[in-house]
Write a protein that binds this ligand. Structure first.
Ligand code: CDP
Length: 242
């Protein structure tokens, strides 16, 4: 069977993306990342002294991510508060972003990243990582690079990019669906990879190539959003000055 996407996308096409930096004025850095119906907002606070003190690391700073899916972000209301899923995604987000952060520059300090999913249609961990990466840069946290993230997967035997909720959780024909979220730097270094399902090595290579190409485009979108935020700020300063 050849899989045909319900929304008419090509197999290697991602959903429409919107990115904006500086969406939470009280935070040190913030960003919104939208992919189709999935919307993530990330707010960064810090670096600030780590409390309680026994959690301070004198060798390097700590990145602390908190992923949260709002109750009304999905069809069935989600019970507020921590869950096994949110704890796992928070940890994964930290691991995806840590390799690009120069944490050694702020020992004993912590950088908090709060990620809120306000609308979910699959791919929320990737949207959260993309938003968090922009928000960290916006907060001026020393970074070697940005991280871009998207998932690809297998619908029966067909490889597709950026699965939506139907593709991720409802499709059951043939071999069913396998979702593979991946995060990487613009030079192609993978910082996060998850695979829950079956896939052979040829198909996996196809997935990684597809994600690599998409991440390059996402990186350009993230970079543009950051640049636009600087231009916005200058414009606002001018208004205040005159
Ligand atoms: O969101 P992501 O693909 O990173 O993670 P997932 O655990 O594979 O969840 C896939 C999708 O299922 C989410 O994006 C939501 O749309 C939906 N979901 C839900 O409706 N209720 C939940 N408690 C968890 C997920």
């Amino acid at each position: 069977m050849t899989y045909k996407r319900k929304d008419g996308r090509k197999n290697d096409e991602f959903r429409p993306i919107k990115a904006k930096v500086g969406v939470v004025p009280n935070a040190d850095g913030s960003a919104m990342y939208q992919s189709g119906e999935t919307i993530a907002i990330a707010a960064v606070y810090g670096p600030r002294k780590m409390h309680p003190q026994h959690q301070q690391n004198p060798e390097k700073g700590t990145l602390r991510c908190t992923y949260n899916m709002l109750s009304f972000s999905v069809q069935d209301r989600i019970r507020p508060g921590l869950s096994r899923r949110s704890t796992e995604i928070s940890k994964i987000t930290e691991w995806a972003l840590e390799p690009v952060l120069m944490l050694e520059k702020f020992p004993n300090m912590v950088v908090d990243v709060f990620i809120n999913i306000i609308q979910a249609d699959a791919g929320t961990r990737c949207a959260g990582i993309n938003a968090a990466s922009m928000a960290l840069a916006h907060a001026g946290i020393p970074m070697k690079n940005l991280v871009s993230s998207i998932s690809a997967g297998k619908m029966d035997k067909t490889i597709v990019l950026d699965l939506d909720k139907y593709e991720d959780s409802e499709f059951e024909e043939g071999e069913g669906s396998t979702d593979i979220p991946i995060s990487m730097t613009p030079d192609g270094k993978i910082t996060h990879f998850q695979l829950d399902g079956k896939i052979n090595s040829t198909q996996l290579k196809e997935v990684i190539d597809m994600v690599q190409k998409a991440c390059k485009e996402i990186y350009e979108i993230q970079k543009k959003a950051l640049k636009d935020s600087i231009e916005d700020k200058e414009w606002q300063t001018n208004i205040v000055k005159h």
